[in-house]
Design a protein around this ligand. Sequence first.
Ligand SMILES: Cc1cc2nc3c(=O)[nH]c(=O)nc-3n(C[C@H](O)[C@H](O)[C@H](O)COP(=O)(O)O)c2cc1C
Length: 179
Amino acid sequence: MRTLVVHYSRTGTTRALAHQLADALGADLEELRDPTPRRGLGGWLRCAMQARRGSLVPLAPLRHDPAAFALVVVGTPIWAGAVSSPVRTFLHHHRSHLRGLACFCTGGGESGDEVLAQLERLAGHDARAHLFVRASEAASEVTTRKIAAFVERLAAQDREILTPPPSAPRQDDAAERRH
Ligand SMILES: Cc1cc2nc3c(=O)[nH]c(=O)nc-3n(C[C@H](O)[C@H](O)[C@H](O)COP(=O)(O)O)c2cc1C
């Protein structure tokens, strides 16, 4: 199944995870490029404010067409309890072209549940799989296991889709058995 991993990363954590997922899934990668200044205290505050307000921001043109992929895996850092504004902007423009969705987020806190749910709402799709990674555990065994479980969940669903259901007996077969 053709898969695209779309992500934004300000300081590299979400990028590293996106690369690991793309390797494990055999997927293409699309890193969202955002010209808004995000360095230093001013940049940090801008990120938090834009995320809280649900702002849309300018993005550089994409290198891939998400509509050409059966599955798009979308990843964001958590900003002020919300989806980062570059990823929000991507979903705003492309939600109607997404055929299948899986999502992931990274954060400094304990849980990504709210932001994963927000990603689904913004995409207008239920995700086939979710993944949250704590920034402090990004390079750990815990994360390796979470990635493996995420990839296996998607693979199991693909196997289900590809396995035809047991066929009902044709009418003439059933009639033959009665004689
Ligand atoms: C403006 C801002 C707000 C943040 N707010 C949260 C937050 O509410 N909850 C959380 O768990 N992490 C928060 N973080 C931490 C980032 O989500 C975390 O460091 C993430 O892994 C960074 O990803 P990146 O390196 O790909 O940019 C915040 C980071 C920034 C820059």
